[in-house]
Ligand binder design. Structure first.
Ligand SMILES: N[C@@H](CCC(=O)N[C@@H](CS)C(=O)NCC(=O)O)C(=O)O
Length: 213
């Protein structure tokens, strides 16, 4: 059987959220690990913008946005109803993450490349956004209820990146988000999708990830 092919990079937060969804939905696929500094021609042929992740389905369809890969994945199989309730609100939170939080996160992480403002300024911009989530988690385990939603997973790799800049500071400042992050990172599917793969050789096949549903 022909499998969907995923072009991915292990540490990319967008690729991570896509892979978590694929593992959650138990979608068998061919994994093609790439390096951003040496992107294969095939990636550009499928999607000229050349970003990862890119999913090439057996019918030829190409999905080149991580959120669309997540949506496709749960449309195939959503065993714990990640994407059933509060859909508009979930999408709103993801959009704040992708459009606003990501921008400030990059400036916080690479503050020496953005000398216009101080590292504290950039961190403060991120803090303001994360404070909204911290408050929600006062009364709920996850962003929308005591159950995981797609938005928790979509945000996780970005919050994780933020926390890793100064993990001690993060854990003191965001007690609820720290617990939330630990719980999600502790999930088997998170650990499984972080497995290391060899870089894909463009003349060969990637590695098959098979789920026996
Ligand atoms: N909106 C895209 C963003 C993907 C993205 O920017 N991925 C990064 C790696 S983390 C990338 O491919 N960067 C290379 C580039 O922008 O040329 C998505 O959600 O899939």
């Amino acid at each position: 059987m022909k499998l969907p092919v995923l072009y991915t990079f292990r540490r990319c937060p967008y690729a991570m959220r896509a892979r978590i969804s694929m593992y959650y939905s138990k979608i068998s696929y061919e994994h093609r690990e790439i390096l951003l500094k040496e992107r294969p021609k095939k990636l550009y042929q499928l999607s000229p913008k050349g970003t990862v992740p890119v999913l090439n389905l057996p019918d030829g369809k190409v999905i080149d946005e991580s959120l669309d890969i997540m949506k496709w994945s749960v449309s195939v199989n959503d065993p714990d109803s990640w994407y059933v309730n509060n859909i508009d609100h979930q999408l709103e939170i993801i959009s704040i993450n992708d459009k606003e939080f990501k921008k400030w996160l990059d400036r916080y992480k690479y503050h020496d490349r953005y000398p216009e403002y101080s590292v504290e300024y950039y961190r403060g911009k991120c803090e303001k956004i994360l404070d909204n989530f911290e408050k929600i988690l006062d009364s709920e385990k996850f962003l929308f209820s005591n159950n995981i939603s797609l938005s928790d997973i979509a945000l996780l790799p970005f919050v994780r990146q933020f926390s890793n800049v100064d993990i001690i500071w993060f854990r003191n400042r965001f007690i609820n988000l720290s617990g939330w992050m630990d719980e999600l990172i502790g999930m088997d599917i998170f650990q499984a999708m972080m497995k290391k793969f060899e870089i894909w050789n463009p003349f060969g096949k990637g590695e098959e990830v098979i789920f026996n549903n």
